[in-house]
Design a protein around this ligand. Sequence first.
Ligand code: ATP
Ligand code: MG
Length: 347
Amino acid sequence: MKKICVLPGDGIGPEIVAQALAVLDKVGERFNHSFEYEEALIGGAAIDADGVPLPEETVAKCRKADAVLLGAVGGPKWDEIDPSIRPEKGLLGIRKELGLFANVRPATLFPQLKESCYLRPDIVEKGLDVMVVRELTGGIYFGEPRMDGEKDGQRYGFNTMVYYEDEIRRIARVAFEAARKRDGRVCSVDKANVLDVSRVWREIVIDEHANYSDVELTHMYVDNAAMQLVRDPSQFDVMVTGNLFGDILSDEAAAITGSIGMLPSASLGAGNPGLFEPIHGSAPDIAGQDKANPLATILSISMMLRHAFDMAKEADCIDKAVQDTLSNGLRTGDIMSEGYRLVGCRE
Ligand code: ATP
Ligand code: MG
């Protein structure tokens, strides 16, 4: 039996999570597995109930589970709230609590959705299948010291970008391992021409690469990588980078597919349950209207089966069902175009 802690969160979170669990139930029936779900509060829903975005009880339930499924957090309702208890803090907090240092995001272009891709048609023909591996618990988002204040009559703020060797080695390993199961190429993205932290990053990635000589390793500065990704993404297989650069590049990689409602992600740690979630946000503009695309969350379930439970055949079955749904012409509003049938989240 596999225990899954379910964090529906805010906005469209509860709707899409419900659909994903319905799919998981079907997989359970078909392959004779039993999945047990336990719900917990996070984000705005937790603030409303408990006054904090990540209650202790939620952390405890996640720790006991084999994997965590998350919908999305945040929304305009909590925009004015004290920054220290914003809904997004719930997400940062649970990643930290579970030691989820690697965020893995495949950006895939589904052949059925070619028209929605933002790239030139000749580039689209080459296909788009990039996996961004982003370091998630270090770098400038967590580095100390950090502060904002006032000096000589001026407001100022600063943050610290710091990486330790261990942090770089373990994320590099995730990327090399992933590349082995894919096309065998890793591009490490940094800003080593300007940042000292990036020079160390590059040095350690090269050193770790000695254990993965079957994988091809290249390096690219982040500004160039951002450009190359839109120019011709087929040059990349796995991209590995730090927290800040990864945040931006993984959104960029997803956005060029034109299908933000289609893409899943996994956040993985060592020895703790992984967290699986769609890459999109809580989409407050369409929440509660049965308009959300549940496929990103359904594909997150597929990643959960593959990465957390070693259930490759079951994951393949979900991936195929998603492909079939698209091939049959069903579309939610975000991926709708002429000649297809518009459906809601529940259908
Ligand atoms: P966050 O800060 O949480 O990432 P955001 O405001 O940046 O949130 P989203 O919440 O992802 O971004 O929404 C961006 C746009 O994409 C919205 O117009 C939203 O309606 C749409 N969108 C996002 N996810 C879906 C989905 N699953 N189905 C349909 N539309 C979606
Ligand atoms: Mg966003």
